[in-house]
Design a protein around this ligand. Structure first.
Ligand code: PFF
Length: 477
C-alpha cells in the first residue's frame, strides 16, 4: 500500500481535485450553454444543481475512495463485493471515452494558443472558415495562418504532456503540476476579466449574464444545468474515488469538497464574466445586436473569441488571445491528468504493473481511440454524419455518451452508498478529520440527497438524455 503514493496534504489534494474539475467544461462548454439557455437564469439553475445535488455526490465519491484506498474498480469491489467492481470498471471505460475526445479539443486549444501567439491567425478574414479548415485537415503540415498546421500533432503533444506528468506519480507529477497551473489559471482569468470589463458595451454583457429573466426558465435549462454541473465537477466516473484514495485520513472531506465545488464554480462563473462582456463588445464594434453573434455551440471560443481578439488590434489581441488560450490549455491539462490517472491507477493497483509502462500504454491507446473523433470534423464523411446518430458527428456522439455515462455512474454510485455500502459506513469515513460531523446538519443533508434525491433525479436525467439524444426529441418538454 505504501507505494501507491499520496497527496502531501489538504492543499495538494484540493488543488488536484479542483484541477480535475476546472477544465474545458468550465471555459469552453459553460459559457455557450449559458448563452443558449438565457444567461443568468442558467447560472442560477447551475448553482442550485452544484450545491443541492453535486456537492453531496462529490463527498460520497471521495469517501468511497479514501475508505478503500484503491482505484475505482478496487474500491467498489472492496466495499461492496466483486459485482459492484463492474461499476468501477464502467467508470474507467467512461474515463477513457471522455479523454479520447477531450484530448482532441484540448489539442485544438493548444494549436490556437500557438497560432495566436506566434502565427498570424488574428489577421484572418473569416474565423469560421479558418476553424473549419483547421479541424478538418488534421495532418496538413503546410502553412495555415502562417504556421504549420496539424491538430493531430497538437493533440499528440497534449497527450504526451499529460503522460509525462502522470508518470511522475502523485506528489511529484499530479500535485506539483496543479500547484503551478491552478494559481496561474486564476491569475490569467482575473486579468482578462478586468481588461474585458473596461471595453465599450461590456456592462450590457454583464447584465445579460447576471440579471435573470425568469420567463426563460424551461425544463431543458434544468437538464442542461444538471448535466453540465456533473461533468464540470468530474463526478460519476471514479476520478474523485481515485484522487480520494490518495488522501490522508487526517483531512476533512466535507470541507475539502466544499472548497473544490466553490473553486470549480467560481471558474465557470468567471469564464462567463469574461466571455459575455467580450461578446457584447464585439456586437458594439460591428454595430449589431449581441443576439446576432452566434454564441451557441462549441465554436464560441474558436470562432467568436478570435474575432474579438482581432478587433483588439495586432499586439493587444495577441497578448489577450494568447493568454486566453494558455488558460484553456492549463484548465484542460489539469483535467486530462485526472482522466488518465483513473485507468492508470486501476492497472497499477489491480494488475501490479509499473506506473511508467502503464501510463504510456494507456496514453497511446486513448490517443488512438481519439482519432475517429478527430477525423469526424469533415475529413471522413461517414464519421461526420453518423447515420445511427441523427446525422451528428462522432465527436459529438462520444461527448454525449460521456454525459450519459457520468449521470448513470453517479446514480448507481448513490445507490451503492445508500443500499450496499451503507450510510453508516460513509458517516464513519467522514468522521475522520471532522469530529463534529455526526452532529452536523451536513450529515442529514448528505443522507437525504445521497439516499433519495440524487438517485431519483440522476436516474430520471439519464433517461431524459438517452431519449433526447437517440430519438432526437430536441425539445422533449
Ligand atoms: N471536469 C472536467 C471539465 O469540466 O472539463 C471534465 C472531466 C474531467 C470530467 C475529469 C470527468 C473527469 F473525471
Amino acid at each position: 500500500m505504501a507505494n501507491r503514493g499520496n497527496f502531501s496534504g489538504r492543499i495538494g489534494f484540493i488543488l488536484a481535485a479542483a484541477g480535475s474539475a476546472v477544465g474545458l467544461g468550465n471555459i469552453w462548454r459553460f459559457p455557450y450553454l449559458a448563452g443558449e439557455n438565457g444567461g443568468a437564469i442558467f447560472l442560477l439553475v447551475y448553482l442550485c444543481c452544484i450545491f443541492l445535488l453535486c456537492y453531496p455526490v462529490m463527498v460520497g465519491e471521495i469517501a468511497i475512495g479514501r475508505s478503500a484506498a484503491s482505484d475505482a474498480f478496487g474500491s467498489y469491489s472492496k466495499l461492496g463485493g466483486r459485482k459492484w467492481g463492474y461499476l468501477g470498471l464502467f467508470g474507467i471505460i467512461a474515463g477513457v471515452l471522455i479523454l479520447s475526445f477531450y484530448n482532441v479539443v484540448a489539442g485544438w486549444a493548444f494549436g490556437y494558443f500557438l497560432h495566436i501567439s506566434f502565427g498570424d491567425l488574428l489577421s484572418e478574414q473569416n474565423f469560421g472558415t479558418f476553424f473549419g479548415t483547421y479541424v478538418n485537415d488534421i495532418i496538413d503540415l503546410s502553412s495555415l495562418g502562417g504556421l504549420a498546421n496539424s491538430n493531430l500533432l497538437f493533440s499528440l503533444v497534449f497527450m504526451v504532456l499529460t503522460a509525462v506528468i502522470v508518470s511522475q506519480g502523485i506528489q511529484k507529477g499530479i500535485e506539483a503540476s496543479n500547484k503551478i497551473m491552478m494559481p496561474s489559471l486564476y491569475i490569467i482569468l482575473v486579468g482578462i476579466i478586468v481588461y474585458s470589463l473596461t471595453l465599450p458595451n461590456a456592462f450590457s454583457g454583464v447584465k445579460f449574464y447576471l440579471i435573470p429573466e425568469f420567463s426563460e426558465l424551461k425544463i431543458q435549462t434544468v437538464v442542461d444545468g444538471l448535466k453540465q454541473a456533473f461533468f464540470s465537477l468530474s463526478l460519476g466516473m471514479g476520478a474523485l474515488i481515485t484522487y480520494g484514495s490518495y488522501l490522508s485520513k487526517k483531512e476533512n472531506i466535507t470541507s475539502s469538497a466544499a472548497v473544490i465545488s466553490i473553486a470549480d464554480t467560481s471558474v465557470a462563473f468567471f469564464a462567463g464574466l469574461m466571455v459575455f462582456p467580450l461578446v457584447h463588445f464585439l456586437a458594439y464594434k460591428l454595430n449589431i445586436n449581441p443576439q446576432e453573434i452566434g454564441t451557441s455551440g462549441p465554436p464560441l471560443i474558436f470562432v467568436v473569441l478570435p474575432q474579438i481578439f482581432h478587433e483588439m488590434g495586432p499586439i493587444l489581441g495577441r497578448i489577450i488571445g494568447g493568454s486566453f488560450f494558455l488558460l484553456v490549455c492549463f484548465a484542460a491539462l489539469t483535467s486530462t491528468i485526472s482522466l488518465l490517472e483513473v485507468p492508470v491507477a486501476y492497472l497499477v493497483d489491480q494488475k501490479k504493473m509499473k506506473r511508467t509502462t502503464v501510463v504510456w500504454l494507456i496514453a497511446l491507446i486513448i490517443f488512438v481511440c481519439g482519432l475517429p473523433s478527430m477525423m469526424s470534423m469533415g475529413m471522413i464523411e461517414w464519421l461526420n454524419k453518423l447515420s445511427f446518430y441523427r446525422g451528428q458527428d462522432f465527436l459529438t456522439f462520444i461527448a454525449d455518451m460521456s454525459d450519459i455515462c457520468l449521470t448513470v455512474g453517479g446514480c448507481l454510485m448513490c445507490i451503492f452508498i445508500g443500499r450496499r455500502w451503507g450510510m453508516a459506513n460513509m458517516d464513519a469515513e467522514l468522521t475522520h478529520g471532522n469530529d463534529r460531523y455526526m452532529a452536523s446538519g451536513v450529515r442529514s443533508y448528505l443522507h437525504l440527497t445521497i439516499k433519495w434525491i440524487a438517485p431519483i433525479l440522476l436516474g430520471f436525467l439519464s433517461i431524459v438524455i438517452i431519449v433526447e439524444k437517440f430519438f432526437g426529441i430536441e425539445n422533449l418538454f
